[in-house]
Ligand binder design. Structure first.
Ligand code: SAH
Ligand code: SF4
Length: 383
């Protein structure tokens, strides 16, 4: 991990020390585990069951205003209002596509920005969340990798994306049958396994039975291949795993997904083969971006099938989403279809990911860049 990220982690440590000093600054409830909340509440001299009540108000009912807590006396409410906040990230832009996709550009307290996208699809509604501002990796086809600023999102900022979406989608109380947010994918900005601790704590909160209670089967973590953390994610979180594969020869993957120079294909495939809890009901998703003349030949397809043989798998072919200055072109529809057909013949369902929200720049990193360009034009400042 880069030094820049380590420095930010230090800052976050400082921030969490400051948070425990509840007397001075309100603690953001969205970053607290159930146990941590209990500690803050009992340290303030209140009984433990108050923490439980508050937890349910926040994570079952989406509390934003402490006066809503109808089963608590006025003085306890006032006390909590002084100790805590339930603040969501600030929305600086909200775009809704004609296909129902919603994209929020969020600005955090330090001015950094990240994106969250909601994608409705028949009976399922998927929220794509970010784990970092920018990304330290520099995959050559990915726009996020070109953004200079990088920092980890903290637990409140990760959970805040889910809360905000549930607020807007009218999904409280959590768990109601007609809810619109049914799945979460960690496929927004950033490499989730480079921010493992915060991502894990946030997902544990979202999975908690007394709160949002989203099943681990409905959460998918996408990684470019941070091999040492893959096993841990499987054991501790048990979420679905998606791998940004994109190339099946080390030479090409070194170029497209440079973390491959550190953890090569053999190492990555081995970690996936041993991912805890794999079965036909719980498969690895292989993401494969279709780049014209680069990774889309019949030979590439054969190699792909050979590489993943024996691993319970799904294959997700992603049409490349071009961005200004990108060096690649998307494969032709005919090529994508031919590739998909071979995959299908080999016994894998091979959904080609339909581009969503194209009218609102829903692809990762694009809205943030547009916003930065606008600000540069307005202020003349290059940020
Ligand atoms: N860092 C993680 C998760 C975020 S990226 C990862 O790399 O897996 C989510 C997915 O979008 C990844 O598979 C990524 O490779 C893909 N992606 C990035 N830029 C893209 C683009 N311009 N067109 C299509 N897919 C892209
Ligand atoms: Fe980072 Fe993923 Fe983009 Fe690679 S594809 S630069 S790992 S966000």
């Amino acid at each position: 991990m880069s030094e820049a990220v380590a420095t930010i982690d230090d800052l976050q440590d400082d921030a969490s020390h400051a948070q425990s000093d509840a007397v001075n600054a309100p603690v953001n409830l969205l970053g607290l585990s159930q146990e941590a909340l209990e500690t803050v509440v009992t340290d303030a001299g209140l009984p433990k069951f108050r923490a439980r009540q508050l937890w349910r108000w926040v994570w079952r009912h989406g509390l934003t205003n402490f006066d809503e807590m109808s089963d608590l006396g006025k003085d306890v409410r006032a006390r909590f209002a002084g100790m805590f906040s339930a603040e969501r990230p600030r929305v600086t832009r909200r775009l809704q596509s004609s296909d129902g996709t919603i994209k929020w550009l969020l600005r955090f307290a330090d001015g950094n920005e990240a994106e969250t996208v909601y994608i409705p699809d028949n009976e399922r509604g998927t929220l794509c969340i970010s784990s970092q501002v920018g990304c330290t990796l520099t995959c050559s086809f990915c726009h996020t990798g070109t953004q200079k600023l990088v920092r980890n999102l903290n637990v409140a900022e990760i959970c805040g994306q889910v809360m905000l979406a549930m607020d807007e989608l009218g999904d409280w109380p959590a768990g109601k049958p007609e809810r619109r947010l049914t799945n979460i994918v960690l496929m927004g900005m950033g490499e989730p396994l480079f921010n493992y601790e915060n991502v894990a704590d946030a997902m544990k909160i979202i999975m908690s039975g007394e709160g949002v209670a989203l099943s681990k089967r409905r959460i998918t973590l996408s990684t470019s291949g941070v091999v040492p953390e893959i096993k841990r994610a499987g054991e501790e979180l048990g979420v679905n795993l998606a791998i940004s594969l994109h190339a099946v020869r080390d030479e090409l993957r070194d170029e497209l997904v440079p973390i491959n120079r550190k953890h090569n294909l053999a190492e990555l495939i081995d970690a996936c083969r041993n991912y805890p809890g794999l079965s036909n009901a719980r498969r690895i998703t292989w993401e494969y971006v279709m780049l014209d003349g680069v990774n889309d030949s019949d030979e590439d397809c054969r190699k792909l099938l050979a590489l993943i043989r024996g691993i319970p798998s799904k294959i997700n072919l992603i049409p490349f989403n071009p961005w200004p200055g990108s060096a690649y072109k998307c494969s032709s529809p005919e090529r994508i279809e031919a590739f998909a057909k071979t995959v299908l013949k080999a016994g894998y369902a091979s959904p080609v990911r339909t581009p969503r929200g194209q009218d609102i720049m829903a692809a990762c990193g694009q809205l943030k860049s547009a916003s930065q360009r606008e600000r540069r034009q307005k202020t003349g400042i290059n940020d």
